[in-house]
Design a protein around this ligand. Structure first.
Ligand code: ADP
Ligand code: MG
Length: 156
């Protein structure tokens, strides 16, 4: 179901990546599962930092590469930012007890979701960031009705 459910943007610099994230803050609603796809250094954590700033989080936004998840209690929901890059096997999902974080009042953004194999919950939205010669290309796709509603409220 991809008709009308994919939007692309060119991001010339880091600021554009931060702004794309921040621009989602006004309309983002929980629950939502978001996959962040792209190579190392593509801008997945930068995008999340922009979103959290837009959501009025004033503290630091660390990459969760070592912690696996950083959680941010916000006004309307809790945002969980995962990075599964360092998983040696998908079973680490269960060892870390991550299922408990996928609650109704949570928005979950997941870097390297494929590292969790079948344990990673399905995505409502995928944000893909890809290196281009100058900057990054962002493609946002919705996979569920909820995801499509969020995407349309954000980028249409
Ligand atoms: P990831 O989480 O995908 O590994 P990071 O967000 O940690 O990537 O790092 C992305 C790097 O690329 C940062 O150094 C950031 O300044 C830079 N960057 C982010 N967006 C852009 C962009 N649109 N154009 C050029 N550089 C960017
Ligand atoms: Mg990252």
């Amino acid at each position: 179901m991809n008709d009308g459910a994919t939007v692309s943007r060119f991001l010339p610099d880091e600021d554009a990546t931060l702004q794309l994230g921040a621009s989602w803050a006004k309309s983002l609603t929980a629950p939502l599962v978001v996959y962040l796809q792209g190579d190392l250094g593509a801008g997945k954590t930068t995008f999340t930092r922009g979103l959290l700033r837009g959501l009025r989080h004033s503290g630091a936004v660390k990459s969760p590469t070592y912690a696996i998840v950083e959680s941010y209690p916000l006004a309307d929901f809790t945002l969980h930012h995962f990075d599964l890059y360092r998983f040696a096997s998908p079973e680490e999902w269960e060892d870390a007890g991550l299922d408990d974080l996928f609650a109704d009042n949570c928005v979950c953004l997941i870097e390297w979701p494929q590292q969790g194999g079948g344990f990673t919950p399905a995505a409502d939205i995928t944000v893909s960031l890809n290196h281009s010669e100058h900057g990054r290309n962002a493609t946002v796709s919705a996979h569920t009705t909820r995801g499509r509603q969020n995407l349309e409220a954000w980028l249409n």
